[in-house]
Design a binder for this molecule. Structure first.
Ligand code: MOS
Length: 754
């Protein structure tokens, strides 16, 4: 186990003599992606031409399949196989974990006559072409016995229960403090159901050699996918080779495998040839997870000077009856503001909808939409600037646990952002700034998101040509994992970036937890750093023990690695020369990272502040983003370009959350109304006029050896609330129901007689 003291000591990454850490270098795999030659799962060449599988999906939310007539499908052109629950090959029952170390349990496809949600795969066709498979899948005739289904979230609140294994968190006496507070707020906010809508749908190509199956699939967690497939097929995980080399977006929606993985593997075995299966765009909306809708009640009690005496955030959300998941929308509030009396908790409604699950910044992305608006409302009530109100409630220690913060620059994020954005020019009285028919306003919000380090391993190799190769069962979901691993390896080894190769995404590589929870860079990167440090040690030993090396005899403690050379004092040789001579077959070592022994002694988060300016069209109710700026503190930044892309991408998502993004449930079918990118509205370039961000200097030596933190989920946290607050400042309409689409804004304007 690493100790914090080790992490505070200077090391090659924190010293950064080669200057590669923090540099905005281009994406390692960028040329492959922009030329369309990166093999995504569905594009991966198989040993022989694959047959094509297409799924048929359920059209009721809950019930039983009474009959499935496959005769027309089986007789259709090019069809090789038609499966329903009647004839799908045997699989392990759902939830089986024959190997207790498996990271995911079995998840059989087409396993029973039960329908649990609209869009559930219930039939499967393999044919010679996609068109033939799709046409045949349409020909399967299912007869259902529907059962009563709970599909309306807002009508189901009465069914909400305490989530399993979870208590409300109370500090002090919230009710008494709230009742006695001179100034109070009690408001309820609603954030809607959202879909991940990754550019690349979930897809798998599979083939067998003997009893071993190879799958190329699109998944954020290598081991999770490998283990789930092995458990489902009831074979040892060593017989599953899983690769996920390029991933066209994950956002949490690919944190788990789906039916494409299982059906491709089963069909490839049954047909003794490669089979590939993709979800269609429409199937992605129902057949994979979504971010659940959340209703959030915020109660704040404050002194006239703005100091909070009582704070409560209670979130009600939903999940599928058979797939329990809690959107922890209140958790972030436990570390954000000081208030001696506190209440946070969650309620869960089980419904007959597709499965709810994690989506980028699960918890914060929804949760901050409530409290960060409530703080804006309280600021106005008190006549205190929203930035100043937050500063007055800045805690010295974690307000619930009393633990020290590892680093916390929230106040600096807000003050720096305010200054750069021109916040002082904001008129605190709403509806005062007009440009033609546009009402113009500014809003801000804070951002907080946890930081995590998980156990991980990495391998690293140097060959006789001096080329360094990192190997790790890590994924890159578009975030920049390839690139930062190359930077870490090059900087640590003192080589050029051009001399580093990165190989990730295979189940036979040293395992890393994958991409999720914004732990990816810190976790995988720290393991790669440790591997590179071990390679330095191995090469040092090789040199000082080799009479032919100018470094022979040491002293080893003075070794340096720079410019492709290994040196001791004024004696040096190139790494290539050393390896070619002393270990011509190359040197391979591994490294590992585990959380520090005292990791839990600190309250560890990333922070930020969003500032937005919008125009509200007084005639149509349309809201346009005019400017947005965010300041963030997230440890040492590994790559200025990829980190900024992550942060600004999150901010843009927050703009979409505030203005356009929603899916609605059709109560007749328990289906989602929007099923494609024409109806599911996310911002496009024309919607994002002027949006920028910056990082404060920071290094967090409690986080990991490199002092870095995650950035993938921080940018969306709080972003939508800043836009909502700007809408209020622009036109005086306070909406608490996201997204703030023109119909809602216009109704608010009309109600105010504007
Ligand atoms: Mo993330 S939503 O934890 O992949």
């Amino acid at each position: 186990m690493s100790s914090v003291r080790d992490w505070a000591a200077p090391n090659p990454v924190t010293e950064n003599r080669g200057g590669l850490i923090g540099k905005g270098v281009d994406r390692y795999e960028g040329p492959l992606k922009v030329t369309g030659t990166a093999p995504y799962a569905y594009d991966t060449p198989a040993p022989s031409p694959p047959a094509i599988g297409v799924m048929a999906t359920a059209t009721i939310p809950r019930g039983r399949i009474v009959s499935a007539d496959v005769s027309a499908a089986e007789a259709a052109p090019g069809v090789m196989l038609v499966w329903t629950h009647r004839n799908v090959p045997p699989q392990a029952p759902r939830g089986t974990r024959a190997n207790p170390r498996s990271q995911r349990a079995s998840n059989p496809a087409l396993a029973s006559d039960r329908v649990e949600y609209y869009g559930q795969p219930v039939g499967f066709v393999v044919a010679d072409t996609f068109e033939n498979a799709r046409a045949a899948a349409e020909l399967i005739v299912f007869d259902y016995a529907p059962e009563p289904a709970v599909v309306d979230f807002k009508a189901s609140f009465g069914l909400a229960e305490q989530p399993p294994n979870e208590e409300d968190v109370r500090v002090g006496d919230f009710e008494a403090a709230f009742a006695g507070a001179p100034v109070t707020l009690d408001e309820t906010y609603f954030s809607p159901l959202q879909n991940h809508v990754q550019m690349e749908p979930c897809a798998t190509v599979a083939w067998w050699e003997g009893d071993k199956v190879t799958v190329h699939t699109s998944i954020q967690m290598v081991k999770g996918g490998q283990h789930a497939l092995a458990e489902t097929l009831a074979i040892p995980s060593e017989q599953v080779q899983l690769s996920t080399r390029y991933i066209g977006g994950g956002f949490g929606g690919k944190g788990q495998p789906y039916e494409d993985l299982v059906l491709a593997a089963l069909a490839a075995r049954a047909l003794s040839r490669p089979v590939k299966v993709t979800y269609t765009r429409q199937q992605m909306f129902h057949g994979t997870i979504h971010r659940p809708a959340v209703e959030m009640r915020v109660r704040l009690g404050a002194q006239p000077d703005g100091r909070l005496t009582a704070m409560a955030l209670e979130a009600t959300t939903h999940c599928a009856r058979q797939a329990i998941f809690t959107e922890h929308a209140a958790n972030f509030a436990r570390s954000l503001y000081a208030a001696p009396n506190r209440l946070t908790g969650h309620r869960l409604v089980k419904m007959d909808l597709p499965h709810a699950g994690p989506m980028r910044a699960p918890g914060e992305a929804s949760g901050m939409l409530s409290l960060e608006c409530a703080m804006d409302e309280l600021a106005e009530t008190l006549g205190i600037d929203p930035v100043e109100l937050r500063i007055r409630n800045e805690p010295e220690k974690d307000p619930e646990t009393g633990k020290p913060f590892s680093t916390r620059q929230l106040v600096r994020c807000m003050t720096e952002g305010a200054q750069r954005f021109g916040w002082a020019r904001r008129n605190p009285v709403p509806g005062q700034v007009r440009e033609g028919r546009w009402l113009v306003g500014m809003g801000m919000a804070a951002a907080i998101r946890g930081n995590f380090l998980l156990p991980a391993k990495a391998g690293i190799r140097i060959d006789a040509g001096g080329v360094v190769t990192v190997r790790q069962g890590m994924t890159d979901i578009g975030t920049g994992s390839y690139t930062i691993l190359a930077q870490i390896a090059a900087e640590t080894m003192g080589t050029r970036l051009e001399d580093v190769r990165v190989e990730i995404g295979d189940s036979d590589m040293p395992p890393a937890p994958g991409s999720g929870g914004q732990f990816g860079a810190a976790t995988a990167g720290s393991a790669a750093f440790q591997a590179a440090m071990n390679l330095r040690a191995a090469l040092t030993e090789l040199a000082v023990d080799d009479p032919r090396s100018p470094l022979y005899g040491g002293p080893a403690e003075f070794v340096t690695f720079e410019n492709g050379n290994i040196a001791i004092e004024n004696r040096s040789e190139s790494l290539a020369a050393l390896v070619a001579r002393a270990a011509p077959e190359g040197v391979y070592v591994e490294g590992a990272i585990t959380p520090a022994a005292d990791a839990r002694d600190y309250s560890q988060h990333t922070y930020g502040a969003h500032f937005a300016e919008v125009g509200v069209d007084q005639v149509t109710g349309e809201v346009r983003l005019r400017r947005m700026f965010g300041v963030f503190a997230a440890g040492r930044i590994l790559n200025a370009k990829t980190a900024k892309s992550q942060i600004t991408g999150g901010m843009i998502w927050g703009v979409g959350t505030a203005l356009t993004e929603v899916n609605a449930v059709d109560p007749r079918y328990g289906s989602f109304v929007a099923g494609d990118m024409a109806e599911y509205l996310v911002p496009v370039h024309a919607d994002i006029a002027n949006l920028d961000s910056m990082f404060l200097d920071e290094a967090d030596d409690k986080a990991n050896p490199m002092g870095i933190k995650g950035v993938g989920e921080l940018g969306i946290s709080g972003a939508g609330a800043a836009v909502a607050n700007a809408i209020y400042n622009a036109c005086g309409v306070r909406l608490r129901d996201y997204p703030m689409s023109p119909d809602k804004v216009l109704a608010g304007l009309l109600a105010k007689g504007m």
